[in-house]
Design a protein around this ligand. Structure first.
Ligand SMILES: *[C@@H]1O[C@H](CO)[C@@H](O)[C@H](O)[C@H]1NC(C)=O
Ligand SMILES: *[C@@H]1O[C@H](CO)[C@@H](O)[C@H](O)[C@H]1NC(C)=O
Length: 314
């Protein structure tokens, strides 16, 4: 008990004050995140990366109050590794689709699909995950719940095997429509990623009619879209500030609105002390960010490309 309290105190003082004992802090962090390395050389490299991230965290949190970063489970990884492990195949530009949204009775100042029970729990995509598959499957889970009242866990593996992984894809929704819908997770379970499509071995549990694309870069249009259904968004997540994000409204002015390398599920929006944000669900586990979620600046010049390649099932 005393030992734990001591460690907590130590950790706290180390993250807030300067660093007289990086080694101790490193040992505590490793233990906290169950890190084991194969060789002394690897540990050396991990520690070096972690130390650079430590410097980044201390610097960021002292200078930018809009959001905080932390030494989370990714703190021993380089950005290059994050991108290699989580990157999505850059999507071809989808053709702009003309569509009509259902008439809204005014636009609410804030909205959150989680409060309506249509958003599945946060996933952990693991190191070889297919982020697009998670976001696309989630958006169809939500679509099915909104339209039928039933929340069925649909198969992320099927989406990945058949429509997203390794495909320089056009539109994953069109692909899923062609399959006749998605099977449940129970009927098409997670496997150590075969990459082979087995969709004929199960019965679809949810169908879609097609998809709509948000007008490129138009955040008003994105707002209308998310009022209809959770939206799949692609963003530039290739920044330490994103990797180590903890809480607050995310802003990174070095972000690109074109080089998109990660997929998220947009589930709502709001404002906090005058700063507008989008509520986005990531697939890196609940021990990343705000219980697995990130708030990204809204109406701030299409921050990180959030409205560049957004689409939703219809
Ligand atoms: C701890 O890490 C920081 C950040 O890189 C570095 O500036 C400092 O010299 C390190 N302190 C020790 C004692 O190694
Ligand atoms: C952005 O989208 C809104 C809502 O769909 C639309 O009314 C507006 O004309 C669009 N703006 C531009 C510049 O296309």
């Amino acid at each position: 008990m005393v030992y734990v309290a001591f460690l907590v105190c130590l950790l706290f003082s180390l993250t807030t004050a300067s660093f007289p004992a990086n080694e101790t802090h490193w040992q505590i962090w490793k233990k906290q995140h169950h890190k084991k390395y194969e060789s002394a050389a690897e540990e050396e490299f991990r520690k070096h990366t972690w130390t650079r991230n430590l410097a980044f965290v201390l610097d960021h949190n002292s200078k930018y109050p809009s959001f905080t970063v932390e030494l989370n489970k990714f703190a021993d990884r380089t950005l290059k590794e994050m991108v290699r492990e989580t990157a999505v195949v850059k999507r071809q530009k989808t053709e702009e689709v003309k569509y009509i949204y259902q008439k809204l009775q005014g636009t609410p100042a804030s909205f959150d699909w989680r409060k309506r029970g249509v958003v599945p729990p946060v996933h952990n995509q693991g190191s070889s995950g297919d982020a697009v598959a998670f976001a696309v499957t989630d958006s169809i889970d939500s679509y099915h719940k909104i339209n039928t009242g039933q929340l069925v866990a649909l198969s992320v593996q099927e989406t990945s095997d058949c429509c997203t992984r390794g495909h320089l894809m056009g539109n994953p929704f069109a692909c899923i429509k062609k399959l006749g819908g998605l099977c449940s997770e129970a009927d098409y379970p997670h496997s150590a990623s075969s990459g082979v499509c087995h969709s004929t071995s199960c019965h679809p549990a949810a169908q879609i009619k097609g998809s709509r694309s948000v007008m490129q870069g138009n955040e008003t249009d994105l707002q209308l879209a998310v009022l209809q259904n959770p939206v799949v968004v692609l963003v530039d997540a290739n920044h330490a500030s994103f990797q180590l994000y903890r809480s607050g409204v995310y802003v990174d002015n070095t972000c690109s609105d074109k080089r998109l390398d990660h997929a998220l599920l947009l589930v709502g929006y709001g404002s906090m002390s005058g700063k507008d944000y989008w509520i986005c669900k990531n697939s890196w586990g609940t021990n990343w960010g705000m219980q697995g979620y990130i708030l990204i600046a809204r109406n701030d010049h299409n921050m990180c490309g959030i409205a560049t390649a957004a689409s939703l099932p219809i």
